[in-house]
Design a protein. Structure first.
Length: 719
């Protein structure tokens, strides 16, 4: 059968599909030799990776820990339903154990829950995580051991010590299946680390002895690999109180830097235990790297201050500074001095840290240190001095040539100064931030904090900088019982918004007022202001960031009805469909079926409607919503029949033109949005539901006998 050719213009739609989060299977998968096992595995893998990425976004970008927890539980349950593969196991290890030097996503989630006092909410996700490890067969004993030990440590963080011990018992059992000395020593070391976290030094010592035995039997090819095994062993021996053994193991590390680093970390742990004198001696006698020696002398000095051993603090920091100043390279010297001076201030000596700041010539380094000194002054109650030094930090930030580096520091400063109650200088820092989308929430947080603490003048001053903030601050006053003040600020905020001359600012501000009224339960007012926002939208370019900002504000505020009305008012079809895609995904995720159909109906392209209906079907296939999935597929099939043009299109992109105007060297890709490809996806999902007769009805609708045969081969995998 003849296939039509779509040039580069057609690529945008196809690539949009691939980037949308609903990755369609390759139409010619079976023809290319994909087995049934591969067919089903590919679909499952795609779903697992989608859940992983979504959970990561919820943790690191949106701060939605409840949704991240739901995503990870669904991910872990999905992992138990598929045969383990290298990709799945590697993803699993990265989620739980992280990569070298960086913790995993599961640890990040648990840490944040614990920080917010919601550690008990981690129980369900940790239980699901433990079951994934338990489901792996003996061929993955090393991975099982490491992940179970890590999960046990997370149980400890949440206060569930009994669950930690039972999970650790599983790790010990899994370790018996590990083969090879290199894997044995790493697995055992992880178990010992968990026993240390439990405070069981006797069991930890026994496990460390076994781990060391295996490590000593390995012939290492390079110093780095040896250090990877020997460094944690030495450190953990120090933590269980066997200092001589720890030092003996550290001495055997062949790589100079890692040997110094190991001695330094042993010394730091000793300092944590209160043995400042011995820690000091180890750093002086055993740490040969100058930068490490300077850094860890400062760490010991800071610990001595926290433990009340004040007579040792100044000598230790004096020695640390002397060592750092021995570094010949100026940039390296400044990099070494920066954390030392920050620790000096945090140890309670901001005056002395300030006296040593002269060598810091690079503005970003100097600004960080000055800011840390200011925070310590504030901690000590020296608020005037704190404000003065914080002002110097801000002046220094202004001399940094790169705007993006300025912004990173300023954002941190506003947050720190808000927390410390340095509101005036926090406002000054916020005003230097160039991007409104970052400045606005920081000023709102500062105003909210000030209002909550009873500092009315500062709260209003911070809010007035961006009038959009006056309205939420007004509602904060009302929630605090200060109704009259809240009403006054609300009126002032609305008046300020009315006076805005910039249409984009006014559009965003009016929409924000609508959301705030909606949150307060004042539906009539919310609708009144949203109607004004719709009128303002006609005066704002549609494909601008402000439309996205307003749309996201409405969605985050839970006003999906407003978001849909906003989208319906748009004239730019491509931008409209982009926002509809985002809204559909959110509604599907929250199980709002009727609203999902309502939104999909507003798409103009039949192919895009089908794609979004497939997203709805996918979600419900995975969550067991068979009736919803079946209904979505029926609608998708009816809509797919209306897609115009050839059944199968090939897109060409890349390449170049010759002198005669011929196009060559291009790449051809099957268009995943043509009618034939979408028929195929609908049929496969019917197969996944076990609805074989419905799947065959779709197959019979294909014009191409070749495509019909290929699709029947794929469907056979689901019978």
């Amino acid at each position: 059968m003849k296939k039509s050719v779509v040039g580069t213009v057609g690529l945008g739609l196809g690539m949009m599909v691939l980037m949308s989060g609903c990755k369609l299977l390759e139409p010619l998968a079976i023809a290319q030799g994909l087995s049934c096992q591969d067919e089903q595995h590919q679909a499952s893998q795609n779903r697992l990776f989608q859940l992983r990425d979504r959970a990561q976004d919820h943790i690191h970008h949106f701060g939605k820990l409840d949704r991240a927890t739901e995503d990870l539980i669904e991910l872990f349950q999905g992992m138990q339903g598929v045969s383990p593969s290298r990709d799945t196991v590697m993803m699993w290890l990265e989620i739980v154990n992280g990569t070298q030097g960086q913790g995993g996503m599961l640890e990040a989630l648990v840490n944040r829950l614990v920080e917010q006092g919601e550690g008990s909410q981690a129980e369900s996700v940790l239980d699901a995580a433990a079951e994934v490890s338990h489901s792996l067969d003996s061929g993955y004993s090393y991975g099982k051991t490491r992940t179970l030990a890590a999960i046990a440590r997370l149980y400890i963080k949440t206060g569930q010590r009994d669950r930690a011990r039972s999970t650790l018992a599983r790790a010990i059992l899994a370790e018996t299946g590990i083969r090879g000395a290199a894997f044995k020593t790493k697995g055992l070391t992880e178990i010992a680390r968990t026993y240390i976290a439990l405070g069981d030094t006797i069991q930890a010592s026994q496990i460390l002895g076994r781990s060391l035995h295996y490590a000593q039997s390995i012939v290492y090819q390079d110093g780095y690999t040896q250090a990877w095994d020997f460094q944690p062993l030495a450190i953990y021996y120090g933590q269980v109180g066997q200092l001589d053994k720890a030092l003996e193991i550290a001495e055997k590390i062949s790589a100079d830097y890692y040997r110094s680093e190991t001695f330094a970390k042993i010394a730091q742990d000793l300092a944590d235990q209160g043995n400042i004198e011995r820690a000091h001696k180890i750093v002086l006698d055993r740490v040969s790297d100058t930068e490490l020696q300077a850094k860890f002398l400062a760490e010991i000095g800071w610990r001595s201050a926290k433990q009340g051993q004040s007579d040792r603090v100044i000598p230790l920091f004096t020695e640390a500074l002397r060592q750092a100043n021995l570094i010949s390279d100026q940039n390296l010297r400044m990099i070494a001095l920066s954390p030392i001076l920050i620790r000096y201030a945090e140890a309670g000596y901001p005056d002395r840290a300030l006296q040593e700041i002269a060598p810091l010539e690079t503005p970003d380094i100097k600004a960080k240190v000055l800011s840390a000194i200011a925070i310590e002054y504030a901690t000590q109650g020296q608020r005037e001095q704190a404000s003065t030094i914080a002002g110097q930090a801000l002046e220094t930030v202004g001399t940094i040539p790169e705007t993006y580096e300025q912004e990173i520091l300023l954002v941190d400063m506003v947050r720190d100064y808000t927390q410390m109650g340095l509101y005036e200088v926090g406002i000054q820092a916020a005003q230097q931030i160039p991007s409104p989308e970052k400045k606005q929430p920081l000023l709102l947080a500062l105003a909210t904090e000030a209002a909550t603490r009873g500092d009315d003048e500062i709260a209003v001053k911070a809010a007035e900088i961006m009038p959009i903030n006056l309205v939420p601050v007004a509602f904060i006053y009302q929630s605090l019982g200060q109704t009259e003040r809240g009403t006054e600020l609300l009126n002032r905020g609305i008046k300020a918004v009315d006076s805005l001359e910039n249409n984009e600012d006014k559009f965003e501000a009016i929409a924000a007022i609508a959301v705030e009224y909606a949150k307060a339960g004042q539906q009539a007012k919310a609708e009144e202001f949203f109607a004004q926002a719709l009128l303002m939208s006609n005066q704002v370019q549609e494909n601008s960031y402000i439309w996205l900002t307003v749309f996201d504000r409405l969605v985050e505020g839970g006003r999906y009805d407003f978001a849909l009305q906003l989208v319906r008012s748009m004239k730019d079809e491509y931008f409209q469909s982009t926002l509809i895609d985002r809204l559909v995904k959110r509604l599907v995720q929250e199980g709002k079926i009727s609203q999902t159909y309502q939104v999909i109906d507003w798409l103009k392209s039949p192919a895009e409607k089908v794609r979004n209906l497939l997203i709805l079907a996918d979600r419900n296939i995975q969550t067991g919503g068979r009736d919803v999935a079946r209904e979505a597929l029926e609608k998708a099939f009816d809509m797919a029949r209306t897609i115009p043009g050839e059944e199968s299109n090939v897109m060409r992109f890349g390449g170049q033109w010759d002198d005669q105007g011929n196009w060559f060297g291009y790449t051809e890709v099957e268009d995943p949005m043509d009618r034939g490809s979408l028929y195929e996806e609908i049929a496969i999902r019917y197969g996944q539901l076990g609805e074989y007769n419905s799947a065959m009805q779709v197959v019979r609708s294909l014009e191409s006998s070749t495509l019909r045969t290929q699709l029947q081969q794929r469907l056979a995998c689901y019978r």
